[in-house]
Design a protein around this ligand. Structure first.
Ligand SMILES: [Zn+2]
Length: 351
């Protein structure tokens, strides 16, 4: 039999064009939705709030739409986010007065402690996370106790360390007090952000000893000395009066070091890890998630990222809604299970 007779008319025997056509699955919105790998959800968001004494709101110039809030306003803002499906807020406090140690940070009637109680009273289901650091509370604006003597440079507590160096172990004692005080006020999660060595272990021990062994720790494990925090410093009034944070926060040039920080925090008892900032560090988010797929990972879409979107959008150069959702999707795709973002309430609305 002649082979040619078996051929149906019109059957292509010689290929013209590719066999693999990924575009087949992009042809309609339905197909695209069917094969979508990453789905953003309001449940992924943690909404940062700045609380201060007094009444009303004070808009933050460099972060349009974000304000310093009174306790009452913080409850209102939390309720708004909750109604949109956002499950958690993280609180940052601006104290009435600052001092070298930051005494209001662990005062039972401190601003964050008041806000925790007020939010939990009105919205008991809402998860209240608290930032645990010293920088918003200290008069020098640093994240810890400084190596400073009251009687000149020679009277500094540690002679082997330079004047003004952030003292690690002395700071751990304060961080532990702060975490316990947030727990006593009713916080659901404490989130130490100071990048002190041993901070998670110290806080874990302190919480366990005071009856809070079930309170989770979300550690800012991998926090970079980043310029993307600029607008936050206006928002939280926590800019260092001199120097910078390079002696404790990570060098933006390093990625592998992130694994060391994450490993130490997990050994010390961290329940969840965080990478901060997010957008310029998607590779780091991916790296940490690959190394610890079993550990919930947060990423902080920081103030500078927010401000850049707002500034460009207000000039009509970008589409705020699309850029924001694309950015948040990218952060999740990189490996973040949850995202701290100033866009939380808006993004929840836009989804
Ligand atoms: Zn700090």
């Amino acid at each position: 039999m002649n082979m040619l007779e078996l051929e149906r008319p019109g059957l292509v025997t010689e290929r013209r064009g590719p066999a693999e056509r990924p575009r087949r699955l992009r042809a309609t919105p339905g197909l695209r939705a069917l094969i979508r790998e990453t789905e953003l959800n309001a449940r992924d968001f943690i909404y940062p709030l700045f609380v201060r004494h007094g009444n009303g709101r004070s808009e933050i110039r460099s972060m349009p739409g974000i304000a310093q809030l009174s306790v009452e306003e913080a409850v209102r803002e939390t309720a708004k986010a909750a109604a949109l499906g956002v499950p958690a807020v993280i609180l940052f406090g601006i104290p009435a007065e600052k001092d070298p140690v930051g005494l209001e940070n662990f005062a039972p009637d401190g601003i964050v402690q008041q806000a925790i109680r007020a939010i939990k009273k009105e919205l008991p289901e809402m998860i209240v996370v608290t930032d645990v650091c010293l920088c918003e509370y200290t008069d020098h604006g640093h994240c810890g106790i400084l190596n400073m003597g009251t009687a000149g440079p020679e009277s500094r507590p540690n002679k082997s360390l330079p004047e003004g160096y952030v003292l690690n172990d002395e700071t751990l004692e304060v961080l532990t007090k702060v975490a316990i005080s947030h727990a006593e006020a009713g916080a659901d999660i404490v989130a130490p952000s100071g990048m002190m060595d041993g901070m998670v272990g110290a806080i874990r021990l302190g919480l366990d000893e005071t009856g809070f062994s079930n309170l989770p720790i979300l550690s800012y494990s991998v926090k970079y000395a980043s310029s993307f925090y600029g607008p936050f410093r206006e928002a939280a009034q926590g800019a260092p009066k001199f120097g910078d944070r390079k002696s404790h926060q990570m060098d933006p040039a390093n990625a592998r070091e992130a694994l060391r920080e994450a490993a130490l925090d997990l050994e010390e008892g961290a329940d969840m890890l965080m990478v901060k900032p997010a957008l310029a560090y998607l590779d780091v988010i991916h790296l940490v998630k690959e190394a610890y797929p079993q550990i919930p990972l947060a990423a902080y879409n920081v103030s500078g990222e927010y401000a850049m979107v707002k500034a460009a959008a207000s000039n009509g150069w970008i589409d705020e809604v699309k850029i924001t959702l694309e950015t948040l999707t990218a952060i999740k795709r990189a490996g973040a299970d949850m995202i701290l973002t100033y866009h939380a309430a808006d993004a929840a609305k836009w989804l």
